[in-house]
Write a protein that binds this ligand. Structure first.
Ligand code: NAP
Ligand code: MG
Length: 405
């Protein structure tokens, strides 16, 4: 990239959600070193740092979500979800809710998590060459369960009462002595919204979509998920999938697990809430590191919010405040920015902006592949590796980028 070149222009602003602690510091530096020299960056800025959230009674979070509904693309820095200790530390008016939870509820979105794959850091599964993106349905099931410790002999039943007061009762089990009972639920509305987010995201990524449940055992509950996905696909998405030359396919979760392990990667795997929770930890760990995992919230109406999957890296922040050198990995946060810029470029038909995002991603990966990285990656890297502090690493990426242009 020639320094004297005119900056890339944008038409629609990105919704920029600033955050907390070490990631807030990296946020500023990523913009300064890797974006502002090349892009005439247009953003609508919302400070979701904890101090500002407290000052505005968390209205700032709501405003940032409304802005995302308006503009369509947001990029978010990691934020503190306050607990009791944070309430004391920041002298908060109250224990504000997780900003991610608030934004997810307003966008009605699904979170997709993707590992950033780099040569020299091999996944534990040898056949995996491309990322596997996990889409987890974040509503209901065992996370909203009702549990009961059965004290002794008696009947367990499932009971539904409609608005007219009529009851439907189904026997669950006869207890001869103590045991346990559990009720779980989901709604057609939430399942449809999950399915739409998955189809929308698969189209935006041009990647195949897999979906798996245990419908052979759960013939009504899990089967409903399978049916809703199948109906929406046939009636609303099939043509677009055919045009994009991608595939939707459903398979039993047992079969999916076996196929995933034998695959090369490069697809999206949609899962129910519990399956997604467990499988995303498995897939993330098998790919390498939490610091190399991006996350995007996709609404069923096609809004996108990009972020890193990790938190605010508190331990490093306190080292930084104490004047010590830190080596915090900025890769997932850089990819949140490039993801958002590429999407904005796509929507606004700005090929230069898309290509900027792609090149910056390549420069980041090439820098690591050349042996320069933050210290968390050094033990994972298979070649000669030098651990740099955060700023030196960002500057190394800028140098690689300059040579690529
Ligand atoms: P964390 O910030 O993800 O950090 C946990 C540990 O993982 C770090 O101490 C560090 O290990 C390692 N790590 C994570 N990201 C790294 C990076 N980019 N570079 C290098 N090492 C990295 O999780 P946490 O400490 O549990 O949470 C801290 C705060 O973040 C909490 O207030 C939580 O509410 C918030 N949080 C926010 C989000 C979000 O906004 N999406 C998500 C999760 C957590 P070492 O200390 O061993 O170096
Ligand atoms: Mg988990």
């Amino acid at each position: 990239m020639i320094p004297s070149m005119a900056k890339i222009l944008m038409t629609t602003p990105l919704v920029e959600m600033d955050g907390d602690e070490m990631t807030r510091i990296l946020w500023q530096k990523i913009k300064e070193i890797l974006i502002l020299p090349y892009v005439d960056l247009k953003t609508e800025y919302y400070d979701l740092g904890l101090i500002k959230r407290d000052e505005t009674d968390d209205q700032i979070t709501i405003q940032s979500a409304e802005a995302t509904l308006r503009h369509g693309v947001a990029v978010k820095c990691a934020t503190i979800t306050p607990n009791l200790q944070r309430v004391k530390e920041y002298k908060l008016k109250q224990m504000w809710k997780s900003p991610n939870g608030t934004i997810r509820a307003m966008l009605d979105g699904t979170v997709f998590r993707a590992p950033i794959v780099v040569k020299g850091i091999s996944p534990c599964v040898r056949s995996w060459k491309k990322p596997i993106i996990i889409a987890r349905h974040a509503h209901g099931d065992v996370y909203k369960n009702v549990e009961f410790a059965v004290p002794g002999k008696g009947q367990g039943e499932l009971c539904f009462t409609n608005d007219a007061g009529e009851e439907t009762r189904l026997p669950i089990a006869s207890f001869h002595s103590g045991g346990v009972l559990q009720g779980v639920h989901n709604t057609d509305e939430s399942i449809s919204s999950f399915a739409r987010a998955c189809f929308t995201y698969a189209l935006s990524q041009k990647q195949d979509l897999w979906f798996s449940t245990k419908d052979t055992i759960s013939k009504i509950y899990d089967h409903r998920f399978k049916d809703i996905f199948a109906d929406l696909y046939e009636n609303e998405y099939k043509n677009a999938f055919d045009d994009a030359k991608i595939e939707y396919f459903y398979t039993l979760i047992d079969d999916a697990v076996a196929r995933v392990i034998r695959s090369e990667g490069g697809f999206i795997w949609a899962l129910k809430n519990y399956d997604g929770d467990v499988m995303s930890d498995m897939v993330a760990t098998a790919f390498g590191s939490l610091a190399m995992m991006t996350s995007v919230l996709v609404s069923p109406r096609g809004q996108f919010e990009y972020e890193a999957a990790h938190g605010t890296v508190t331990r490093h922040y306190y080292k930084h405040l104490a004047g010590e050198e830190t080596s915090t990995n900025p890769v997932a946060t850089i990819f949140a920015w490039t993801g958002a810029l590429k999407k904005r470029g796509d929507l606004d038909k700005l090929p230069e902006l898309v290509s900027f995002g792609e090149t910056l991603e390549k420069a980041t990966l090439q820098t690591i592949e050349s042996g320069l990285m933050t210290k968390d990656l050094v033990p994972l890297f298979e070649g000669q590796a030098r651990g740099l502090d955060s700023i030196a690493f960002l500057e190394a990426i800028a140098q690689t980028f300059e040579h690529m242009g």
